[in-house]
Each structure stands twice: as structure tokens, then as C-alpha cells.
Design a protein around this ligand. Structure first.
Ligand code: ADP
Ligand code: MG
Length: 318
């Protein structure tokens, strides 16, 4: 069977000749030229029951996350969120569900000043697809292909909690009830990184959102930029929930590196702009962690407490 990214490349990627198309398939958003100085960023993402969320998920959480996963792609391009469409497939017209779902959805779009401008409603197994649109000043877009030798690799916040929640729900790992509620919230109501990302506009040229695990998503940047990376995770900060449940650092690191669903931002900054970025993070009251450097040598090297780690296969749907 063919893998997720191979199938997109083999069956759905064609050359497009269109003067307005600045970026087609291959980055977190497509980019269209709107005018001499403005780009339109477009992205879409689907959440399916039993694949992206558990049956009987809180509808408020679901509404929020359906939009969050899309604005996360806008943030990873440096785009300011503007509009979205909602295509929803519902098993029935349960108004209690719809009331809560719409409240969750609008709690995020109102915060970001985004307008719902269209969509589609149909019947079937619960599935939500949103398409989101944002704008970027030309030249300020963050591209996966723009990594430079010696760039510092940063991530926002901590990683791995969303994947810990999924494993706990499947009884693959034991965590206490309080931690289950905590990880559930972190897996569904994660903060958006839009304001922080836009504030980095003059200082960052390459970024990606971490939706499929740190290693898998970093690899997209490395492949498209023809670069490698040297990571040292010895000082990596983990969410307290791992220690609270006596989960070893090795195991926590596995969640952080390969667990999906965090929707944090990975971005690159050169030495010259590093202090400016640290100031911006402070102003946004946001933890950011330096995890390593980009290298011209195309290897991906990961060190943890003076040991070089083996690299595992990253998550793909197929
Ligand atoms: P992300 O997770 O950041 O939304 P993906 O890794 O899912 O992006 O997709 C990689 C790239 O492939 C993106 O540019 C996306 O738009 C594109 N893509 C994914 N599925 C399809 C498809 N069925 N047809 C065309 N392009 C696709
Ligand atoms: Mg993405």
C-alpha cells in the first residue's frame, strides 16, 4: 500500500501554470497573489469520528478544534486569519449538539475575528471539514523550503500531551483521572498560535505546525530545504503531566517526538534575529524551546543526555 505523502504526490500533484499561484501543493497552505503586496493563504482540514476524535466527544471541544487545526496551518505560514467555510456531515440534526458545537466554533473565530462565509451541510457519519483563508504581506510568508544552514530550531510550548491523551483513552497507558481530564482539554482546546506567529513576521522565514509529531514535521522542512538538523533534547521541558504519572523521560520524549495532535509551531530563526524573537515570546507570555540547529549536512541527528537516538518512522494516515 502506498503512503499518505506518496499518494498525494503520485495521484494529485500536477504542474499548474497560473500567474497568481505562488505556492501550490506541498506547504501548510496554498498561496495566491491578491495584489502587488498581499497574498491569500488557503488551507483545509477534516476531522472524522473515530479517527481524529473519539465518539461522544464534547461538541464544544469539537467545534473549537475543527477550526483550530486549520488556523494552525495559517499560523505556520505567518498568515492573519480572515475567513472560513464549514462543511459538516451529521448523523442527525441534534440541536443540543449543534448548539454546543457552534459555540465552540465561534469561541475561536470570534477571538480571531474570522468570518464564516459559507459551507455545506449533509447527512452521514460525523465529519467536519473547514477551509480557512488568511492574508500575508508579500515576502513575509514562512515556507518549508526556506531553512538555512545554522538556523536555530524553536518550538512553542511543550509537546506530547495530545498523544498521551489518546493512549490513555485506549488504555495503552495509565494516568490518573485528573490527568485524563487535563490531557483531554489539551488535546481538544489547544491555544492558537496566530498572534505570536504574525508577530514574528519580520524575523522568521520558515515554519511548520506540529500536527503529525515533531520529527515527521521537521523532516518536511529538511526535505524541501535540502538540509539536515542537529537536535539536542537534553534540556527539553516536558509538561508536568508526564512526571505526575511517573512516566519516564524516555517515554515522554517518545510522545514529544512522534505523538501527533499538539498543533504547536516549529519555526526557524537565525542568530541575528534570535533575541528579537525571544523578546516577542516573552511579551506573549509564551514558552518557546530551542531544540537544535539546521545543518547543510543532510543528516538528522538527535541527542538526548549524550546518547544519539535512533529515528523512528513518523505518523502517516496510510
Ligand atoms: P497539513 O497537515 O499541514 O495540512 P498535509 O501534510 O496534510 O498538510 O498535506 C501536505 C500537502 O499536500 C499540503 O500542501 C496539502 O494541501 C496537500 N494535500 C493533501 N491532500 C491532498 C489532496 N487530496 N489533493 C491535493 N493536495 C493535497
Ligand atoms: Mg500543517
Amino acid at each position: 500500500m502506498i503512503g499518505e505523502f506518496s499518494l498525494i504526490s503520485k495521484y494529485f500533484t500536477k504542474d499548474v501554470k497560473d500567474q497568481r499561484l505562488v505556492k501550490g501543493i506541498g506547504d501548510d497552505c496554498a498561496l495566491l497573489s491578491l495584489s502587488n503586496d498581499e497574498l491569500l493563504a488557503i488551507t483545509t482540514d477534516t476531522l472524522n469520528e473515530n479517527i481524529h476524535f473519539f465518539k461522544d466527544e464534547d461538541p464544544f471541544f469539537l467545534g473549537y478544534k475543527s477550526l483550530l487545526v486549520n488556523v494552525s496551518d495559517l499560523a505556520s505560514m505567518g498568515a492573519l486569519p480572515k475567513y472560513y467555510t464549514l462543511s459538516i456531515t451529521l448523523p442527525n440534526s441534534d440541536e443540543e449538539f449543534l448548539d454546543k458545537f457552534s459555540k465552540g466554533l465561534f469561541s475561536l473565530s470570534d477571538k480571531l475575528n474570522m468570518a464564516l462565509i459559507g459551507g455545506n451541510t449533509s447527512k452521514g457519519p460525523l465529519s467536519i471539514t473547514i477551509e480557512a483563508f488568511g492574508t500575508i504581506k508579500k515576502g513575509y510568508e514562512y515556507l518549508r523550503e526556506k531553512a538555512n544552514n545554522n538556523d536555530n530550531i524553536y518550538i512553542t510550548n511543550t509537546l506530547g500531551v495530545a498523544a498521551l491523551f489518546v493512549d490513555a483513552k485506549y488504555n495503552k497507558i495509565n494516568i490518573n483521572k485528573e490527568s485524563l481530564d487535563y490531557t483531554h482539554k489539551k488535546a481538544m482546546l489547544m491555544e492558537d498560535r496566530c498572534a505570536f506567529s504574525c508577530a514574528l513576521n519580520s524575523y522568521v522565514h520558515s515554519a511548520i505546525d506540529i500536527s503529525d509529531g515533531l520529527i515527521g514535521d521537521l523532516k518536511h522542512i529538511l526535505e524541501l530545504s535540502n538540509k539536515g538538523a542537529n537536535l539536542d533534547l537534553s534540556n527539553f521541558i516536558f509538561d508536568d503531566v508526564f512526571a505526575l504519572n511517573a512516566i519516564t523521560k524516555d517515554k515522554a520524549l517518545d510522545y514529544a517526538l512522534y505523538g501527533g495532535g499538539d498543533y504547536e509551531l516549529l519555526f526557524l530563526v537565525n542568530d541575528q534575529n534570535e533575541n528579537k524573537v525571544l523578546d516577542i515570546a516573552k511579551k506573549h507570555n509564551l514558552l518557546i524551546q530551542k531544540i537544535g540547529k539546521i545543518t547543510d549536512k543532510k543528516d538528522l541527528i538527535i541527542n538526548f543526555n549524550n546518547n544519539r537516538l535512533d529515528i523512528k518512522k513518523a505518523f502517516e494516515h496510510f
